[in-house]
Every structure is written in C-alpha cells, then in structure tokens.
Design a protein around this ligand. Structure first.
Ligand code: ATP
Ligand code: MG
Length: 413
C-alpha cells in the first residue's frame, strides 16, 4: 500500500483526554479513532491488525472443533428475563425504542442467545459434544472507560460455547482449551508475559481460569507462582493465600489485564432454558456447558502496552499491519525514486506485505519518526546514500545493514 494514498495521517500529539499508552500511540499512528469514551473506529492500519489477530484466533478455535456462527447483537428482553439477568446485570445496555416500544438489550455476552439456539439442534447424545463460536462486537456499560482498547463500551470479543453430555467430557475439552489459549497468546507475541490464572469459579466449580497479561496499564492484580509458572487472582489469594497447584506461599504481585477467560458453566444456562438431551436410555439429561472468551480489541491494546518504546509501537510480525515499511527518501537524484518504485513492485509481486512511504512533500526526519511510530517490524530505506542497495533495520533493534533488492526479498520471504 502507498502511504501517499492512505487517508489517515499521523499526529504529533495524542488527544488530551486519552490517558492510556495504547490509545495514545494507536491514535497518533492512525490505527484507531475515538468516537467517545470506550468506543473506537478501526482505521485501515488498525483494521489490518485486527484481521491478523482474528485469523490467529479463528484457526485455533477451529482446532478446538468450534463451528463459526454470528449471533445477533440486538437481543430481546425475554431471553434476559429467563436467566434473571435483565435486572441483575449492571453493565447490560438496555433501551426501549421510540416507534415499536420494544425493549431490547445489546449483547454483552451470548449465553442467553446461544442456549435457546442450541436447544433447537441438540436432541440426543449423538449431537454431543459440539461447540460454536463467533467474533463479534459486544456492548457493556462499563463504569470507567479510560484504558483505551483495554476497556471498551463497544469492543470485539471471540466467544466460544461448548456443549457436553457430562462433566468429564467438559473437563477434557476445558483442558484442551487451556493449551489452545496459550498458543494464541504465544502467537500474538505475548506468550512470555501471559499467565494462566486461577479465578473464582462461581456456584458450579471451584475455579475458573483467566489469561492475564502483565502490564502496568492493567486493572487487575495477580500473584505469580514462579515454580508453577501460573498465577492466582486476588479474590483467590484472599481465600487461601497460596498457589492452588503446589501450595507455595512466596508469590510475586504484579499488575495485569485479563485477555481471556474460560469458565465451566455446567448447567447454569442450560437449566433456565431447559437445554436437555436424551441419553442412550432415552432419559432426558441437562446439557453441560463451558464458555471461552477472548477480547480481540483488548488484546490489540495489550500488545501495544507491552511492546512499544518512547518513539512508538513495536508490532510482533504475526499481527503487524505490514511486514516491511519501505521508505523512499527525498533526493535530487531521480534514480532514487525509480529504484524505490521498482523495489515496491518487486515486494508486491512476491506477496510481501509492504507499506511504501512514497510521499514527496515529507521530510526525511518525519518519515523516520512516522515509521517508528507506526511500528512495522522491518524498515527498508532507499536514499542518495544507499546507492544500488537498501538499508534494512529491524524496528526493535538499532543496527542497520545494506543489502541488495534480491537479498531483501529472500530475507523477508
Ligand atoms: P473485566 O474483569 O476486565 O471487566 P470480564 O471478566 O468482565 O473482564 P468477560 O466477561 O470474562 O470479561 O469477557 C471475556 C473477555 O472479553 C475478557 O477476558 C476480555 O478479554 C474481554 N473484555 C471484557 N470486557 C471488555 C471490555 N470492556 N473491553 C474490551 N475487552 C473486554
Ligand atoms: Mg472475565
């Protein structure tokens, strides 16, 4: 893509009302735009990052046997009354329309929709186990929305729901989901700082599990057991004061953000919706459920919080909007421009994702500053000084090297 065609512009200053690093950098670099507190537009660069994260998550959900669907965000009051959450859930956004006077909720999560949905299809033990997932906008009336993408009032979540004959089958699936989740966080570059944590389990099980990424921007406190490489949430520490896995008491306190959550629902939602199946003997049994969430937009914010320096974002290759940022620097020598154009076309031909800073009116200093701010993993510079070669630098390092166009392609492929 040509930067001269990109309608977004970088900004030197972040908006005054944005306190969080992720929102400041993402807005300045032109990844997102803020509509109001907790509500953002994803601009072309941001949309590309989101799609990369989505692809990684989708592949892993398919590994878990999930079938992708898309449920409505606009939801009827009666579904929420069935579980008692129309009145009980503080963050539920609900309203009455002017014309039809219908009462609706905007979905903050989808147990109230997926349970009656699957009731139409799960009839006997032969239909189990099964799992569905979606990647969709969620709405929550969050009290504070000052953490940029970490806490949206509209945000993007992947939610998977699994359905089982019995709790042993759910347990098996749940353990597999832990591995799949760990894979996702590794793939998006947060593997080393994302911990499986023990959280409270609600009425049906002792623990649920969260995936918490270390960051000072996080609103949660976790306690890491360095022996087990797992962590414990505050509410659990208050109860038992030790690692649930090994009993160790010397735990390290850290700030973190919850990027994922897996939960054994058991019959919490199947009971109110009468989601049952006929077992081998023809007897009706409750379907056992699990739910598994990841916030995609929060994950994008968490990556920026974890991977940046004073000059801008440092995207991991797996989610970067482009693989290489090609800069053609201002020159009196027309050969520079011709050479840069040729390299741009060659990279495209090879299928290497490239953002080409072909802007004429922009100074060299501004091009370098923009490149650091945008944070594409590799920067390739063509200027008067590079001659017939290209100066290649990794965003995360300071050393540069001169290579030929051929070697550049070989290296990036
Ligand atoms: P938190 O405790 O941070 O408010 P939660 O426990 O309410 O989160 P869940 O209901 O477990 O969140 O939602 C599943 C996932 O969706 C979370 O693990 C998180 O990644 C994401 N998520 C939840 N709330 C938000 C939000 N307001 N903005 C962005 N992502 C969110
Ligand atoms: Mg949670």
């Amino acid at each position: 893509m040509r930067q001269s065609q990109l309608f977004t512009k970088t900004k030197r200053e972040a908006p005054k009302d944005e306190e969080s690093i992720n929102a400041q950098l993402l807005i300045r670099a032109g990844y997102v735009d803020k509509l109001m507190a907790g509500v953002y537009t994803f601009l072309p660069l941001g949309f590309r990052v989101l799609k990369k994260i989505e692809k990684i998550i989708r592949e892993e959900m398919e590994n878990l046997g999930g079938q992708e669907i898309l449920m409505p965000a606009l939801q009827s009051k009666s579904n929420w009354e069935t579980t008692g959450r129309w009145d009980a859930l503080d963050s539920l956004i609900k309203f009455t329309t002017f014309y039809t006077k219908n009462e609706y909720a905007l979905g903050p999560t989808h147990e109230e929709i997926v349970s009656p949905l699957m009731k139409k299809f799960i009839l006997s033990y032969k239909d189990l186990p099964t799992a569905v997932f979606q990647i969709q906008d969620k709405f929550r009336d969050e009290k504070r929305a000052k953490s940029g993408l970490l806490r949206g009032r509209e945000f993007i979540m992947k939610d998977l729901y699994s359905f089982h004959k019995n709790s042993e089958d759910l347990d098996r699936y749940y353990e597999k989901s832990k591995k799949v989740y760990a894979n996702i966080f590794k793939k998006v570059g947060l593997g080393k700082i994302t911990f499986l944590t023990f959280a409270s389990g609600g009425t049906f099980s002792k623990y649920s599990h969260e995936f918490q990424t270390l960051t000072l921007a996080g609103e949660d406190i976790i306690y890491i057991c360095e022996k087990c490489n797992v962590a414990i949430n505050k509410e659990i520490i208050n109860e038992q004061n030790s690692c649930p896995q090994c009993g160790a008491k010397d735990l390290k306190e850290e700030k973190a953000v919850e990027v994922g959550n897996i939960f054994k629902l058991n019959t919490k939602y199947s009971k109110p919706f009468n989601l049952v199946y006929k077992d081998e003997k023809g007897t009706e049994q409750d379907v056992i459920m699990g739910c598994y969430g990841i916030g995609l937009s929060r994950l994008m914010g968490a990556i920026v919080e974890a991977l940046h320096d004073e000059r801008g974002i440092i995207w991991p290759g797996s989610v970067a909007p482009f693989k290489v940022h090609l800069l053609s620097l201002k020159s009196q020598n027309s050969k520079v421009k011709v050479f840069a154009e040729k390299i741009y076309k060659d990279l495209q031909k090879e299928g290497i994702e490239v953002l080409f800073d072909d802007r004429d009116e922009v100074t060299i200093g501004e091009k370098f500053a923009d490149s650091d701010l945008i944070g594409i993993p590799y920067r390739a510079v063509i200027s008067d000084k590079t001659g017939t070669k290209i100066e290649l630098k990794k965003r995360s390092e300071s050393k540069t090297k001169l290579i030929t166009g051929k070697d550049l392609i070989k290296f990036l492929k």
